[in-house]
Write a protein that binds this ligand. Structure first.
Ligand code: SF4
Ligand code: SF4
Length: 457
């Protein structure tokens, strides 16, 4: 039996075995079922419908049309295919895209949560896994274009679900498993992750046949840092005005466009948006003109086109003014700080940027997430926090009591919502949100804060 790198699987092109310790694993039985036929079309239809609802927001900035085009149709996928460059699919927020681009490949973040995809993924894996993991697997089985285009998928092992996902995907794709340290506050743990990222760099070089050079890596880091600076400008604009000049839904669309967009193109489009918002001078954006409650969003990630929660909140007159989500602001917010411009020094800087400012609860050390939440609540002048827990998402579920207590101490009202990402609970969520917003109105009038105590659905 041929030896093979344990991180790489899939029928398609494992390359030469490089890891002498590795043994072939029994393959995960991953085949589409007849019920998965038509799923790709259903996913495309969901994307189109979400874009249509976003476009219908009154007073929406004109510059948002460019982001609709990036995510609402097949144009970007066709562009990626036409480039002839290898595509590297990524999950989570731990994969340094700069390395992928410096190796002359195209990174695309593949995460999504959609009921139809989750159902398909659950048939193959198990239904009692979080809908984010099941959705990714379902999209793979559906022949989703971005998955089909990927020559390699990098799966960070952030939780048990992601570990299972890595094994399942490896039955069909070349997969690189990026192991994460459980804690990030010790030099040893950090060094181990730097080694992981070095291994990833070598894998990317094998994939593309290109060496990651110093000049190219430096240029890609500079590009990412420019993107970060612009995202911060946009975040500051959202936080400063009341009502904010851009709806939370549109802000998420901008951030989700970065999952697939070329960074220079994203910068040009976002620059145009920021200029339009500045020219408008204040809060006349798609969220409408009323200065409703200001909401800070946290918890399990939201992905395009699954904007149910954002819609439920904003259709009731509140504004999502900030978020602490790996799929939102956290994705782009932190620059790469390079001390040493050798390739090794830059790889270290990328690895550190990936984990040190990360607030994902998969880490067992520190209170970074709580600190960040309280900071965001203050800077965004949030009047309430909405916490989403995807069904069966243990990392967020088990950290909720700590979040609850921290917010209670600060007198910041919290609404804790659970969902499986499907449409069925929309009415239930709407009722809970409505009651919470009413309560915020009363609290605002009384000048105090309290937690929403009603049972979660
Ligand atoms: S919350 Fe953490 S584990 Fe979940 S997708 Fe984000 S980075 Fe990954
Ligand atoms: S962190 Fe939660 S939502 Fe993300 S993959 Fe893990 S269990 Fe799923």
């Amino acid at each position: 039996m041929a030896e093979r790198d344990p991180r790489r699987g899939g029928a398609a092109g494992c390359g030469a075995g490089v890891c002498g310790a590795a043994a072939e694993r029994y393959p995960f039985p991953l085949e589409p079922s007849p019920a998965d036929a038509g799923l790709a079309a259903a996913l495309a239809e969901e994307a189109r419908a979400t874009i249509e609802r976003l476009a219908a927001q009154p007073g929406r900035p004109r510059a948002m049309a460019a982001f609709d085009a990036l995510l609402g149709g097949p144009a970007r996928l066709e562009e990626i295919r036409a480039s002839g460059r290898p595509v590297v699919g990524t999950l989570c927020n731990f994969v340094p895209e700069e390395l992928v681009r410096a190796a002359s490949a195209i990174p695309v973040r593949l995460d999504l949560v959609l009921a139809a995809a989750a159902e398909a993924g659950g048939r193959a894996l198990a239904q009692d896994v979080c809908p984010a993991v099941r959705s990714v697997l379902g999209a793979e089985l559906s022949g989703h274009g971005l998955f089909e285009a990927a020559s390699l998928i990098v799966v960070p092992v952030a939780c048990d679900g992601k570990r299972a996902l890595a094994r399942a995907l490896a039955a069909r794709r070349r997969v690189f498993v990026l192991e994460l340290p459980r804690r990030k506050d010790t030099p040893r743990a950090r060094d181990r992750f730097v080694e992981e990222v070095r291994d990833l760099a070598r894998e990317l070089e094998r994939l593309t046949g290109r060496t990651i050079g110093r000049r190219e890596l430096r240029a890609q880091i500079a590009l990412s840092n420019e993107r970060t600076a612009l995202l911060r400008e946009l975040a500051a604009l959202r936080q400063a005005a009341s009502p904010p000049p851009l709806s939370g839904r549109d802000a998420f669309l901008v951030m989700h466009a970065s999952f697939v967009a070329d960074p220079a193109d994203w910068i040009a489009k976002t620059r145009a948006l920021v200029e339009e918002l500045r020219a408008r001078g204040g809060g006349a954006g798609g969220a409408g003109a009323s200065a409703g409650p200001r909401i800070l969003l946290t918890g399990s990630p939201i992905y395009f086109p699954g904007y149910k929660l954002l819609e439920v909140i904003e259709e009731r007159g509140a504004h999502v003014v900030a978020d602490e989500m790996c799929s939102g602001t956290q994705r782009l917010y932190h620059p790469v700080v390079v001390d040493e411009t050798t390739v090794g020094g830059m790889v270290r800087a990328l690895a550190e940027r990936a984990i040190l400012p990360c607030t994902c609860p998969c880490f067992s050390s520190g209170d970074d997430r709580i600190v960040r939440l309280l900071e965001l609540a203050r800077t965004s002048r949030a009047t309430g926090v909405v916490h989403q827990t995807l069904r069966l998402c243990q990392p967020y579920d088990t950290e909720l009591p700590v979040v609850r207590e921290a917010l209670r101490r600060e007198g910041i009202p919290l609404l804790d919502l659970r969902t499986d990402g499907g449409a069925e609970d929309r009415g239930l969520l709407a009722n809970r949100v409505e009651a919470f917003l009413e309560m915020l109105g009363e609290v605002g009038a009384a000048g105090g804060g309290r937690e929403d105590e009603a049972a979660a659905p």
